[in-house]
Design a protein around this ligand. Structure first.
Ligand code: NAD
Length: 332
């Protein structure tokens, strides 16, 4: 029988973790994914509809057949750098995908909608930590496309009386502690998997962009949230919408900053291997520090990022790649 839940982008990194968590709760979702960056093998907790979001007819049919009442929308193009090179394809996939999905949702009678948004919508913030009311001035087409999606959702859901949550993630990282899933982006641009890869003999050295920032050790500071905490935040937001209706706009992060240098140190501690590093100039548009204020999520949902200390995140990521110290020792 249908659980009435659909996860777009459920073959991707965060979406597959959400499907796993829903499966554990006995609510396996329908996955809508075109597998452009996702993996067929990661779809294990519910059926796959191999559909591009922009195909409104097929999408409406799939949502209707599945009796969908709730959509968790993860599917998007999500590389800031790529979006600078090819802005039109980012607006096409993210904005046209959002419009098509909302048209299908309204036609199929969807009641609850949760959008993956991003701290990239804030651009370079004037103050740290970043609250939900910090002004949103994105500096990349990717961030811009997410802000447009937020605005379209507010207007469309408001008009149709659909309940919605906009969740602005900071840096998602780690993997489910069971080792059932891992982070698999291609190309990989995220710091933790790249630092882990740089411990392997065949791995590329890690490019460390900028060591002269006005931060404690000169490297950029970011807020990392364990993917399992992030997913739990979604389930809490969904429970809130199901109970109270209305709308939510929340940051999801750990509320703590970790520097690039600290990431390298913890990766070395956890794996027992050296991270090969290549120092590189600053990248344009990289703010020195991005840290979330998560008090709204705490107050409204009772959310706590329990697994988001950086050792736990990196140990879980290392385990999912088979790079834990104990495993290295065994194979040595
Ligand atoms: P991902 O690339 O692993 O997953 C995205 C999934 O969407 C893939 O499975 C891909 O095949 C699918 N997809 C893309 N375009 C599609 C389309 N037109 N039709 C159907 N399926 C399509 O990315 P992720 O890291 O899991 O990110 C998930 C979401 O979270 C994205 O919306 C991203 O912008 C957002 N986000 C991620 C982070 C992060 O740290 N990873 C931070 C902030 C926001």
């Amino acid at each position: 029988a249908s659980t009435g839940i659909c996860v777009t982008g459920g073959a991707g990194y965060i979406g597959s973790h959400a499907c796993y968590a829903l499966g554990v709760e006995g609510r396996p979702p329908l996955v809508v994914d075109n597998l452009v960056t996702g993996h067929r093998a990661a779809v294990r907790w519910g059926p796959l509809a191999h559909i591009d979001l922009r195909d409104t007819t097929q999408l409406t049919h799939a949502l209707w057949q599945h009796k969908t009442r709730t959509v968790l929308h993860f599917a998007a193009s999500a590389y800031v750098g790529d979006s600078m090179q090819d802005p039109i394809s980012y607006y096409d996939n993210n904005v046209c995908g959002m419009i098509s999905l909302l048209q299908a949702c309204l036609a199929a009678g969807v009641r609850h909608f949760i959008l993956s948004s991003s701290c990239a919508t804030y651009g370079i913030p004037q103050t740290i930590p970043i609250t939900e009311t910090t002004s949103q001035r994105p500096i990349s087409p990717y961030g811009q496309s997410k802000l447009i999606c937020e605005n379209i959702l507010r207007d469309a859901a408001g008009q149709a009386g659909m309940d919605f949550a906009i969740l602005r993630y900071f840096n998602a990282a780690g993997a489910d502690p069971s080792g059932a899933l891992c982070e698999e982006h291609s190309p990989e641009t995220h710091l933790i998997p790249r630092a882990l890869a740089a411990t392997c003999p065949q791995g590329e050295p890690l490019a460390l962009f900028g060591t002269d920032y006005d931060t404690a050790d000169g490297t950029c500071v970011r807020d990392y949230i364990h993917v399992s905490d992030l997913v739990r935040g979604h389930l809490m937001a969904l429970a809130h919408l199901e109970k109270f209706g209305g709308s939510l706009v929340l940051n999801l992060g750990s509320g703590r900053g970790v520097s690039n240098m600290q990431i390298i140190q913890v990766v070395e501690e956890v794996t027992g291997a050296e991270v090969k590093v290549r120092k590189a100039p600053r990248r344009q548009g990289d703010p020195p520090s991005l840290i979330a204020d998560i008090n709204q999520a705490r107050e409204i949902l009772g959310f706590e990022p329990n697994h988001s200390d950086i050792h736990t995140i990196i140990a879980d990521a290392a385990r999912s790649f088979g790079l834990l110290k104990v495993q290295n020792a065994k194979s040595a």
